[in-house]
Design a protein around this ligand. Structure first.
Ligand code: PCA
Length: 155
C-alpha cells in the first residue's frame, strides 16, 4: 500500500476521480485532505488544460489536495495514466493534514495539523513559460479561470 497526494483531476469532483474507484484499476481509499507545507506553483498548461505541480518549492501557494491509500495495482495504473516518468514524476512531498477520515485497522491516524510525507505527481520537466503562468491554491477544472480540462481520454 502507498499513500498518494492528489491535487488535480484525480481529486473528488474532478474529471479523473472515478478512475481511482474503478476496480479494474486496483483499489483506492480516501484518507483525508492536506496542504503542502511548502509553496509550489500549481499551474494549468498545454492545449488540454492539464494541472501541473511544478517542482519549484517556495513559489506559488501551499497546494491543497487529498490523500489516498492505493494498492500496488492502482499505483501502477496511476503511474501509467500520468505518463511517469515523461510527463510527471512521482516524488515525496511534505504535507500538513487538514482533515482525516481514514479508519482502517492498523492504519496510522493523523490529526489535523500533523505533518506527513506522501507521494505526489509533480513535474520537473516543463516548458520555460510555465513558471510564469497563474498559480492556484486548489485546482478546480470548472474554476473561474475558464481552463476546463479537456483530455479525458489519455491523461
Ligand atoms: N492528476 C494528478 C496530477 C495532476 C492530475 O491531473 C493529480 O490529480 O494529482
Amino acid at each position: 500500500m502507498t499513500w498518494v497526494f492528489v491535487y488535480g483531476t484525480l481529486k473528488k469532483g474532478q474529471p479523473n476521480n472515478y478512475r481511482m474507484f474503478d476496480s479494474n484499476n486496483g483499489k483506492a481509499e480516501y484518507l483525508g485532505s492536506a496542504f503542502t507545507t511548502q509553496k509550489y506553483p500549481l499551474v494549468i498548461a498545454t492545449e488540454f488544460n492539464i494541472p501541473f505541480l511544478l517542482n519549484i518549492p517556495g513559489q506559488g501557494h501551499r497546494v491543497h489536495g487529498e490523500i489516498y491509500k492505493v494498492d500496488d495495482q492502482m499505483l501502477k495504473f496511476l503511474d501509467d495514466f500520468e505518463s511517469v516518468p515523461t510527463l510527471y514524476q512521482r516524488m515525496v512531498v511534505q504535507l500538513e493534514v487538514k482533515e482525516w477520515v481514514g479508519k482502517t485497522e492498523g492504519e496510522e491516524m493523523l490529526s489535523p495539523g500533523s505533518i506527513t510525507e506522501v507521494s505526489v505527481y509533480t513535474t520537473t520537466t516543463y516548458e520555460p513559460d510555465w513558471p510564469s503562468l497563474p498559480c492556484y491554491e486548489s485546482y478546480d477544472s470548472e474554476g473561474a479561470h475558464g481552463l476546463k480540462y479537456n483530455k479525458e481520454e489519455n491523461l
